[in-house]
Design a protein around this ligand. Sequence first.
Ligand SMILES: Nc1ncnc2c1ncn2[C@@H]1O[C@H](COP(=O)(O)OP(=O)(O)OP(=O)(O)O)[C@@H](O)[C@H]1O
Ligand SMILES: [Mg+2]
Length: 415
Amino acid sequence: MPDISFSPDDSLYRDRDRLSEEYTPAELVGRDDEIARYHTALQPVINNEDPNNIFVYGKTGVGKTAVTRYLLEQLEADAGTYGVDLTTVELNCEGLTSSYQVAINLVNKLRPPDEGISNTGHPMHEVLSQLWDALESIGGTVLIVLDEVDNIGGDDTLLYQLPRARSNGNVDAARVGVIGISNDLAFRENLRPEVKSSLAEVNIRFPPYDAGELKQVLSQRTSVAFYDGALADDVVPLCSAYGAKDGGDARKALDLLRAAADLARADNADTVTSDHVESARRELEREEVMDGIADLADQHKLVLYALVTLEAADETPARSQKVYERYAELCDSSTHDARTTRRVRDFLGEIEGLGITASSRHNDGLAGGQYRAHELSHSTELVLAAMSDLVDHVGVHESIVGLVEDSDRISVSLA
Ligand SMILES: Nc1ncnc2c1ncn2[C@@H]1O[C@H](COP(=O)(O)OP(=O)(O)OP(=O)(O)O)[C@@H](O)[C@H]1O
Ligand SMILES: [Mg+2]
């Protein structure tokens, strides 16, 4: 019988929690330019001038939330020193899909905890008037951080109204500044011009981290999270290089480091090595691809299935047209209606955007014209495992019979 007793085993980690999302480092490294621009944009607050409305954007995991909190904490401390009347509120808009919901949540953040209003049943104008009242009674400078603001969708009433609260005479005693944060680059583009110009008075773009910046981020974290000597020398550079390759996402790089150290700990290893990093990366990538594929709509899965069958027969990279033909066959042999070639090209682009496939552009000169050729970015086995529900439904294509476990279930044989 295995020994299942638990005992503390912290020979590697000094404090594992310092690698988690909740931990905010005392100092943020690798974002000097962004911090400097952000700092300048916040400067009017400390001068008791009207605050700028700021729009912060960039892909996921590039430090938007972390830098915002870091600077606002400093600003609050300095406002105290210089006697500036400053209130900051941070609202994460995840799950708040309309101006109405965001406005109610804001009111409840601004009012005393026991004076909250219910989430439904108020006309919008009433919610707004509660919002103006709440701002008015707080007074001074009120900075409102709307993180992940893209959740609000196309209904931008609040984003129009908030920056204009004072000029429209809705509040008088309070100077309101809005800080919108988003990782959806299309969101900003799609705002109405009048909303964009007021909400995004100052735009601050956070680019993806490069490997050197990630190395700074990880080195800083390892010094507080691990004992000296717990990591082999190549571990941080390797995690940084992978992080840079995977979208320059610090969250992912930190997750990779923690997953590698967890594997090392499970192995009872004395140090975390590059082998642990490689295994952890395979494991994380596997989970991510599985999740990404499982979430796809059936039409996307059909397109992906078509590509899988081509890849299994060594026919990739495959032209979009060829993928389309196989897709149409799969639709025919199941109950799905085939979409147009154009739609399928869009689907291919979307699947590629999720990192499930990759494509390259080719130019065949005058005769062939331009075309794209697609292939899987992951093993056929992995992709198939992640969409087994669709494969069950459509049937096992002859090209993948050897890859599917109980492949004698159903076979789709195509002419
Ligand atoms: N410069 C940095 N120094 C130290 N840690 C950082 C730095 N940048 C990001 N991190 C850490 O990486 C993780 C992701 O950062 P953050 O939450 O700020 O990303 P984000 O840009 O807001 O992403 P999202 O768009 O997904 O919300 C956090 O755990 C954060 O503490
Ligand atoms: Mg964030």
